[in-house]
Design a protein around this ligand. Structure first.
Ligand code: NDP
Length: 327
């Protein structure tokens, strides 16, 4: 038996409970992992509370991230005892995920843990940090350098936003952090933000074009915020869009794209090819100051997760939550 958060949906309704589960119920897969840590992401919050249509099969163990040790394997790509990381691939949505003491998954979903990180640090990064890295890599691929000007990060106190601020600052960009929590100025400055702006200026319907300010942007918020960010980009600026914390809609005009040559680059971490994931984890090992991980994250237990899911969706959680599945 192992402990897991289990989401069920039946005549009794939609509910998540902390349950003891028999090993025999583990899903198909060629590698069994003894999970050490998982995380709580925005998407896990939607899955646990049922506030978003994340879960595609019931019962489901949520948790889009995990790190742990290979316990059994029928695939030569991994050995018993290897420490491995998993982000995305639909785990916690269509296949049982990491918010449990055990997981059985497909070998090709697993990435070796880079030597630079402890298992706990890998989960301080998690999908949010790895997505932030993918955003930064896309800005670089599309030619945004620190010499081009300021980079805006929206949802800066969130998991993706916090890591994006830290990475971009370390790489020499002047980072402007947009947040609805001005009381967290010191935290964002400690991560390297040069300036903090109030997210309210981006939250409602704006003009098709505004003063050219941003050379690059990482947007975790979507909706009016993304539209206003696009409107304020410099000529040939690049926006890496990865989130929908304000909404899934995109009430914008084409003006920034056809008059300023702005690029809107979409970032998906879930089905990102394995080679790019490995590169992103190697870049994180190089470009993220490990000291920032303590600032960005804090540890909670598996028994806290159901309560915290609601707080996360309400925007009351700062940075990243690491889940110790043995507490
Ligand atoms: P968090 O909940 O940690 O952070 C989201 C942040 O967005 C909040 O901290 C808050 O920042 C801001 N925010 C929340 N509500 C609003 C609102 N109504 N208007 C404006 N800003 C708001 O989530 P994550 O960082 O884990 O994820 C961020 C987004 O990215 C989510 O939508 C998530 O689904 C998505 N995501 C996408 C991935 C992909 O592969 N494309 C992978 C990972 C995440 P502040 O308090 O600073 O204002």
């Amino acid at each position: 038996m192992f402990k897991a958060v289990l989401i069920e949906k039946d005549d009794a309704g939609y509910r998540a409970t902390l349950t003891d589960v028999d090993d025999a119920r583990l899903p198909e897969g060629d590698v069994t992992v003894r999970v050490a840590y998982s995380t709580l992401n925005y998407k896990d919050g939607l899955a646990i509370t049922g506030k978003g249509p994340v879960v595609r099969k019931f019962p489901m163990v949520p948790g889009i991230d995990l790190v742990g040790t290979v316990e059994e394997t029928s695939n030569a790509a991994h050995k018993v005892g290897d420490t491995v990381v998993l982000n995305g691939w639909g785990v916690g949505e269509g296949h049982w995920g990491g918010l449990a003491q055990k997981a059985r998954v497909n070998a090709e979903w697993l990435v070796p843990l880079p030597a630079a990180f402890s298992p706990k640090q890998a989960m301080a990064i998690g999908t949010a940090g790895y997505t932030a890295m993918l955003c930064v890599m896309r800005l670089e691929q599309l030619g945004v350098t620190p010499a081009h000007g300021e980079v805006l990060v929206t949802g800066a106190n969130g998991g993706v936003g916090s890591v994006a601020v830290a990475l971009l600052a370390r790489l020499g960009y002047r980072v402007v952090a947009s947040t609805g929590r001005p009381n967290e100025v010191e935290y964002l400055k400690a991560l390297g933000a040069a300036e903090i702006v109030d997210r309210a200026q981006f939250s409602t319907s704006g003009k098709p074009l505004t003063k050219e300010r941003w050379a690059g942007a990482v947007d975790t918020v979507g909706s009016h915020t993304l539209a206003n960010v696009c409107a304020g980009m410099k000529y040939r600026g690049v926006v890496a869009a990865c989130g929908l914390a304000q909404g899934m809609d995109f009430p914008a005009t084409v003006a920034p794209f056809i008059l300023r040559g702005v690029t809107l680059a979409g970032i998906d971490s879930v089905y990102c090819p394995r080679e790019e994931r490995i590169e992103a984890w190697q870049r994180l090992a190089r470009d993220l100051d490990p000291q920032h991980l303590d600032l960005i994250s804090h540890e909670v237990g598996l028994s806290d997760v159901i309560r915290l899911a609601g707080e996360l969706l309400a925007g009351q959680v700062r940075g990243r939550l690491i889940v110790n599945v043995d507490h």
